[in-house]
Write a protein that binds this ligand. Structure first.
Ligand code: CMP
Length: 142
């Protein structure tokens, strides 16, 4: 067991459903601690940069268009094994395959409109947290 930090996004589809509070409630109920939170509108450059690893994928253009289609909420989450725990709470990437009780089952629609993002491992967590937050944004880091 180790205390980890991970990066999460409440995506524009969930924000559009007025589900910010519900998603955050599930995260807090799971025992993860929110150590940074920002409600923002991503620019094309931010979305393209954040998802650069998917640049060659056929869905990249649509993904960027979706992620810039409305505001989203950026989060830094902390807790024991936070990375895997948050991924479990999110559910399968394809919301249609997400099991009941997960965020994507409740608020996602399909593989693109899947309500939330979460880092898939320690390296991406570090890179993604650093992409949107500086050290002094994160509680307990300053
Ligand atoms: P996310 O966890 O934010 O990481 C990358 C995103 O790309 C993923 O959620 C999906 O929203 C999207 N994605 C992954 N695979 C596909 C796909 N086959 N078609 C459309 N979007 C996809």
């Amino acid at each position: 067991m180790s205390i980890e930090r991970t990066f999460g996004i409440v995506k524009p589809d969930a924000v559009g459903k007025s589900a910010i509070g519900a998603v955050i409630a599930l995260i807090e109920k799971s025992g993860l601690r929110i150590v940074a939170l920002r409600h923002t509108q991503l620019s094309d450059a931010q979305a393209e940069g954040f998802y650069a690893v998917h640049k060659a994928r056929p869905f990249f253009k649509d993904l960027v268009a979706f992620m810039t289609s409305g505001p989203c909420v950026l989060m830094a989450l902390e807790g024991e094994n936070a990375i895997s725990r948050y991924r479990e709470l999110m559910g399968a990437t394809d919301s249609k395959k997400a099991v009941a009780g997960t965020i994507r089952a409740a608020y996602g629609t399909d593989i693109e409109r899947n309500a939330v993002h979460g880092s898939d491992g320690p390296d991406s967590a570090r890179i993604e947290l650093g992409f949107f937050f500086t050290g002094c944004d994160l509680l307990g880091s300053a």
